[in-house]
Design a binder for this molecule. Structure first.
Ligand code: SF4
Ligand code: SF4
Length: 425
C-alpha cells in the first residue's frame, strides 16, 4: 500500500483532536491527561496526528510538495508511538492515523527528503548492519565467556535475538547476559547468531526506510530457518514489534515470537525459575510502546472499501480493530509481582494509554532535545506514584530514561525487569 490508498480515510478525519489526549474515561488528572508528545512539545496543530493527516491530504492533492521547507521537520518529529491511534479508535472504529503517518514517511524518504542526521546512521548501517554506529565485528562481545550455541554452525529450538542496542551498549550488557543465564539454567535449548545477528529493521521501518527494513527482515528469517529454530525470543521491544507485527504484515512470515518477559512468565509458572530473596522495593512499570500497543499481533485483512451514497466509506468485511488492547502488558507485570517484596504502583497513563519514553522512530537520534523532554515527562509521572524505581522491558526506553535523568542531574533508579529477577534469585 502507499499513501494514495489512504486518501479516502484521510478525508474521514473529523479534526476532533481526540488523538491529542488519552481517552477521557481514563484521565485521572489534568497533569497527565495528554497522550501525544509531539503536539505537547511543539504546540502547533501540524505536529499532531490530525495535522499530519491534513498534510498527507495536501500532498495527495498536490497543494504542497515533499520538498517544501519545514515539511520533514513536522513529519519526523513524532515517535510513531501510536497513542494517537489508540485514542482515535475509541470513537472511530477503523481510522488508522498511525498507518497514514507511516506511509507519509515512506513518501518523503522515497523522494530523498530525510533529516540530515540520518546520513551517518544509514551509512554505517549499510556497512556494519547495525543502528548504533558500531562495528559488526563487535556485535557479540556482550556474550564473551558465556557457554552458548553458535547458530551459524549449530541448531537450537530457541534463537535469542538481542538487537542492536543491547549488543553495543555496554552499560546494558547485563540484560542479555541475565537472559542467557536464566534460559540455560531452566534447561532451554537456546543459541545466538553472534556476530552474524542483524538489525531487526523495525526502527528503520519507523524512520521511513522500508526498503532497508525488507532486506534485514528477509535475512533474519533465513538465518532462523537455517538454525532450525522454532521460537524467537528477544530482549528488546523494538525487535519484538518488528518480528511479531511487521514481519507477518510485510513478508507474510508468521513466527513464534516471544518477548523475554513472556518466556520468563512461562518458566516461573512451571517452577523453573524460583526466587530465594525478597526485594523490598516500590516500583512503577513503564509500558514500552513497541511491546504494548504496537506489539499486538498482526491480523490479516482482505476486502474492499466502498462508499455508501457516494459519501460514507465502509470496509467489507469489517477490518480488525488494532487499538493496542492486545499488546504485551500482563507478562512483565506478572513477572514483577511474582518477586517477593516488590510493590508495583501504576502510573496514571498505563498499558495502551502509556506516554512514550521519547526514543522511538529515530527521534532520539534525530532530535535529542525533544526526545529527552518526552522522557522527562514520563519520569515526572513515575515520581508521582511514589515509586523508588522506574522499571521497563526495553533497552531503548532504559537508555533514554538514564540519559534524561543524567541531563536533569536526577537519580531515580532505572531497572529492566530482568535486573530484578536476577537480584531475587
Ligand atoms: S485522527 Fe482521529 S482523533 Fe485525531 S482528529 Fe482525526 S478523527 Fe479525531
Ligand atoms: S505517534 Fe505519538 S508523537 Fe506521533 S502523533 Fe501519535 S501520539 Fe503524537
Amino acid at each position: 500500500m502507499g499513501l494514495e490508498d489512504f486518501k479516502a480515510m484521510v478525508h474521514r478525519c473529523s479534526r476532533c483532536s481526540y488523538c491529542k489526549w488519552i481517552p477521557f474515561a481514563h484521565v485521572k488528572s489534568w497533569r497527565f491527561a495528554k497522550g501525544c508528545p509531539s503536539i505537547e512539545y511543539h504546540s502547533f496543530q501540524s505536529y499532531s496526528a490530525s495535522g499530519r493527516l491534513c498534510i498527507s491530504l495536501a500532498l495527495l492533492e498536490e497543494r504542497i510538495s515533499c520538498f517544501d521547507e519545514g515539511l520533514p521537520d513536522i513529519v519526523f518529529k513524532c515517535m510513531l508511538d501510536g497513542c494517537c491511534d489508540v485514542a482515535c479508535k475509541v470513537c472511530r472504529y477503523d481510522l488508522e492515523p498511525l498507518e497514514v503517518m507511516r506511509n507519509l514517511r515512506f513518501r518523503l524518504i522515497d523522494n530523498g527528503c530525510f533529516p540530515i542526521q540520518d546520513i551517518p546512521l544509514i551509512d554505517n548501517l549499510r556497512k556494519e548492519d547495525n543502528m548504533m554506529m558500531a562495528r559488526k565485528a563487535d556485535r557479540a562481545n556482550w556474550a564473551a565467556g558465556l557457554s552458548l550455541k553458535d547458530l551459524t554452525t549449530e541448531k537450537a529450538d530457541v534463537v535469542l535475538h538481542v538487537g542492536c542496542r543491547l549488543s553495543f551498549d555496554e552499560e546494558l550488557w547485563r540484560i542479555p547476559q541475565t537472559a542467557v543465564t536464566l534460559l540455560l539454567d531452566a534447561g532451554v535449548d537456546v543459541g545466538i547468531l553472534g556476530r552474524d545477528e542483524n538489525c531487526c529493521g523495525g526502527r528503520l521501518y519507523d524512520m521511513g526506510y522500508r526498503g532497508e527494513f525488507l532486506k534485514y527482515a528477509e535475512n533474519n528469517i533465513d538465518a532462523w530457518r537455517n538454525a532450525g529454530a522454532t521460537t524467537v525470543v528477544t530482549t528488546c521491544s523494538d525487535c519484538y514489534h518488528a518480528f511479531k507485527r511487521l514481519y507477518p504484515e510485510e513478508l507474510h512470515a508468521p513466527m513464534n515470537v516471544l518477548h523475554i518477559t513472556e518466556f520468563l512468565e512461562q518458566l516461573i509458572a512451571k517452577g523453573k525459575i524460583a526466587f530465594k530473596k525478597s526485594l523490598p522495593l516500590k516500583i512503577t512499570y513503564h509500558d514500552p510502546c513497541h511491546l504494548g500497543r504496537r506489539g499486538e499481533p498482526y491480523i490479516p485483512w482482505e476486502g474492499r472499501q466502498k462508499k455508501i451514497r457516494g459519501q460514507i466509506l465502509v470496509y467489507e468485511p469489517r477490518k480488525p480493530r488494532n487499538n493496542g488492547a492486545c499488546g504485551v502488558y500482563d507478562a512483565p507485570r506478572n513477572v514483577l509481582r511474582s518477586i517477593p517484596g516488590i510493590q508495583l504502583f501504576e502510573m496514571e497513563r498505563n498499558r495502551e494509554f502509556a506516554w512514550c519514553c521519547g526514543a522511538g522512530a529515530g527521534v532520539r537520534e534525530r532530535y535529542p532535545e525533544f526526545s529527552f523532554w518526552t522522557a522527562g515527562e514520563r519520569i515526572e509521572e513515575a515520581y508521582a506514584t511514589g515509586a523508588e524505581a522506574l522499571v521497563s522491558a526495553c533497552p531503548h526506553c532504559e537508555r533514554n530514561f538514564l540519559d534524561a535523568l543524567d541531563q536533569r542531574g536526577d537519580s531515580l533508579k532505572v531497572f529492566d525487569v530482568l535486573d530484578l529477577v536476577r537480584e531475587a534469585r
